[in-house]
Ligand binder design. Structure first.
Ligand code: GTR
Length: 411
């Protein structure tokens, strides 16, 4: 009896493993043949032949397609937006930084929706510095062991510094940049059931009245990043014209969309952003459009569901998202062990965005083929594939800082 049970269990696990394999393709030879939408052609078929045609016509068309079919439309800056410094410039990180905490209020209500930003400024800076800005997954205290970071509701003392490897605050400060971060759940909970009723969405209308092209959570989180940039415009310590927006995974999808929507971001970084981020949807390698819309129905706009299992019908693909950054520097990073995010599809997006960068007179992506692991290629578009898994490592940060030095300069 017992051995019979064991055999059944083994059979079930083999079968379910096969079902999973059938559901998600990890085999390059099974990537469907696909044709990407024309990047350098207007919707009416007119070729885009020069920078003016891209800047004045095509960019707006592509942005509009992503708004209506993928991420949804986001509102602008709220009139009542205001900034409250809740902790003022204390010495931190062994004296090399000053720590500031700022509460960014989205409405005029005292206890209305707001987000808390943690900001490290290089202590030695003589003038305004460039900065890296990114959302974090698990709360500001997880970013550094620094005991001075305020614990908020839900934060645990024992979680201090738990994600410090992903933030490399010392390295960033040593290289002369400020580092700013916000917990993404402050803007909107990452929760398919409650996102729109508890997050910033509720300020803009009832949760059950979101139109098919209404903003999803990725757009909401990106909107929050723009509100942080609004704050930088009000202070002298940061050069708001030299702010890099960075994000990992779902927050990498977010940094890309934030960079597309808000051209004030001077440099955009996508770390392992995968499906709905840097990876080409048409390859359907690893995570697919159907799968992401099923697992995370709150991330994109409802219209994106039209393309479940029908990637070929999408009027855009993700190389066009990368091209929306042009001519601003953009960096796409993958990890070799992160097949779910389709490293090759991420590289191909960067490569297929190159013609727009060239049209605008920049060097685009130097690599003609996918670079070997751990060998970044850096033009105006940067790309690397790192050894290891889905994560942000010191290797990634070193590349981002080198890329930022190249483009934002150390002044
Ligand atoms: C996964 C999701 C990915 C990626 C990742 C993350 O579950 O399928 O698209 O966003 O989460 O954000 O960590």
């Amino acid at each position: 009896m017992r051995s019979c049970n064991i055999i059944t269990a083994v059979l079930i696990s083999i079968l379910s493993c096969n079902t999973l394999m059938a559901q998600f393709n990890y085999d390059e030879s099974k990537v469907p043949a696909y044709e990407l939408p024309e990047l350098l052609q207007l919707n009416d078929g007119t070729p885009v032949k020069d920078a003016a045609a891209w800047n004045e016509k095509r960019r707006a068309e592509v942005l509009e397609l992503f708004r209506s079919e993928v991420y949804g439309r986001r509102p602008g800056r709220p009139k009542a937006l205001r900034f409250e410094v809740t902790k003022k410039d204390e010495e931190a990180l062994g004296g090399k930084a000053r720590r500031r905490e700022v509460r960014i209020h989205f409405t005029s209500e005292e206890n209305g929706p707001s987000m808390n930003m943690l900001l490290y400024l290089p202590a030695k800076a003589k003038g305004p510095t460039p900065a890296f800005l990114g959302l974090n997954f698990r709360g500001n205290p997880t970013v550094s062991k620094d005991p001075g970071i305020t614990l908020r509701k839900g934060d645990k003392e024992s979680d201090r510094g738990k994600s410090s490897g992903r933030w490399q605050a010392d390295m960033v400060i040593d290289r002369g940049y400020a580092l700013a971060t916000i917990w993404y759940g402050d803007i909107e909970p990452d929760d398919k059931r409650n996102a729109f009723s508890q997050g910033i969405h509720r300020v803009y209308g009832p949760a059950n009245k979101i139109p098919p092209d209404g903003w999803g959570s990725i757009a909401a989180w990106g909107w929050g990043l723009s509100r942080a940039l609004d704050y930088f415009e009000t202070i002298d310590e940061i050069d708001h014209k030299r702010v890099a927006v960075i994000g990992h995974s779902r927050l990498g999808k977010t940094s890309l969309w934030a960079g597309a929507e808000d051209e004030r971001f001077a440099l955009v970084i996508s770390n392992d952003s995968g499906c709905g981020g840097a990876a080409l949807s048409r390859r359907a390698f690893g995570e697919t459009v159907k799968r992401i819309n099923t697992s995370f129905p709150h991330w994109f706009c409802d219209n994106f569901n039209k393309y479940n299992g029908r990637e070929a019908d999408l009027p855009v693909d993700q190389h066009m998202l990368i091209a929306l950054m042009a001519p601003r520097p953009v960096y796409v990073a993958s990890a070799a062990g992160d097949r779910w995010a389709d490293p090759r599809g991420e590289y191909l997006s960067a490569k297929h965005a190159d013609p727009v960068y060239r049209l605008l007179g920049t060097e685009g992506l130097p690599a003609q083929k996918m670079p070997p692991v751990d060998k970044p290629s850096m033009g105006r578009i940067g790309y690397h594939i790192r050894t290891g898994n889905h994560d942000v490592k010191a290797f990634d940060w070193k590349a981002y800082l080198d890329f930022a030095d190249k483009h934002l300069g150390r002044r």
